[in-house]
Design a protein around this ligand. Structure first.
Ligand code: GDP
Ligand code: CA
Length: 309
């Protein structure tokens, strides 16, 4: 079994390659829920939905989130009423949020609902939220104001500098059923090329997760989301610079070093192998830009080859 620590888009792209080279029934994605939010009374789990829709082949290929061929009648109706419309929710996507919210209100756990949605899309990989308890990433802006993750990411378009990040609820959160067991028993744990600060860190902040990773550090392989100092998408590079002083594969290596032994870095960063290894992390050089499903599969093969070495 392979466990993949997953954020949204970067993780979904990697998983779409991994399912081509490993039996999906042997894959468990442990997904960040620090981005979850409640809007219009609906429970929204953006990273879980991005992974689910992508693996189902139903994700909007332009945005990397939401459903392909989406219509927006509900959003138009909401706008007419003066409702908040900065967070775009397509009609089909809303069906997912209605289902999730309804099931949670009936007493189902987020893990149960996530499995039900994955089954409805005929997925055989396991998609598991890191916790069923409340976990909320909050960012302190340089002006001192603290905002919710989606306020930062969507409403403010992640264009404001950040001075600190915290994971509200993490200290009290219990790992979802099966998460620690899966992490402990997996043949290999892969850290997807997701945002290290706001996608991977909240997963590792859930009590017990970091400890189990530390205990099996040699078989934890991470993929760098930073290529030539930059994120392919989103604020990972700026957050790394703002919070750690630099954005590079070396700064990623420093963050993961306590609990991951290997970092896969892109071929363009091959000159930084020495710097990465000085952080106590083996560096493996491979093409890591997932232009398409074939490139994703190729990266998955490279990660498996590291493990078999
Ligand atoms: P989000 O939760 O949807 O914002 O997405 P993630 O946290 O999973 O992923 C965001 C990160 O994925 C960004 O820092 C990107 O640099 C990285 N990423 C996206 N596509 C690729 C890719 O093809 N290769 C690599 N190495 N990183 C990628
Ligand atoms: Ca996310």
């Amino acid at each position: 079994v392979i466990v993949v620590l997953s954020g949204g888009v970067g993780a979904a792209r990697f998983l779409s390659g991994l399912v081509q080279v490993v039996d999906p029934a042997e894959i468990t994605a442990v997904v960040n829920t620090g981005d979850d939010t409640v809007l219009h009374g609906l429970h929204i789990s953006p990273d879980i939905d991005t992974v689910t829709y992508t693996l189902a082949g139903a994700v909007n290929p332009v945005t990397g989130w939401g459903l392909t061929g989406e219509t927006w009648a509900a959003m138009s109706a909401l706008e007419r009423l003066g409702g908040a419309s900065w967070f775009r929710l397509g009609d089909g996507d809303l069906g997912t949020h209605l289902y999730r919210t309804g099931r949670l209100a009936e007493g189902a756990t987020l893990s149960e609902v996530t499995a039900e949605v994955a089954r409805a899309w005929n997925l055989s990989l396991r998609i598991v939220p890191v916790t069923n308890d409340r976990l909320r990433t909050r960012l302190r802006l340089v002006d001192g104001e603290e905002v919710e993750f989606q306020d930062y990411f969507v409403r403010l378009r992640h264009s404001v500098p950040v001075s600190a990040v915290r994971f509200d609820g993490a200290a009290q959160a219990r790992p979802a059923p099966g998460v620690l067991e899966a992490l402990g028993e997996a043949d290999l744990v892969v850290v997807a090329p997701s945002n290290p600060v706001v996608s991977i860190a909240p997963i590792v902040a859930v009590p017990g997760v970091r400890e189990v990773l530390e205990s099996r550090r040699e078989s934890v392989v991470a993929i760098s989301p930073i290529i030539a100092g930059a994120a392919l998408k989103g604020p990972a590079d700026r957050l790394l610079t703002e919070l750690t002083g630099a954005s590079s594969v070396t700064s990623v290596a420093r963050l993961i070093s306590p609990w991951a032994a290997t970092l896969v870095i892109d071929v363009v960063d091959k000159d930084l192998v020495g710097e990465v290894e000085a952080e106590g992390v083996h560096a493996v050089v491979a093409p890591t830009v997932m232009h398409d499903r074939d490139a994703s599969a190729e990266l998955a093969r490279a990660v498996l080859a590291v493990h078999r070495r």
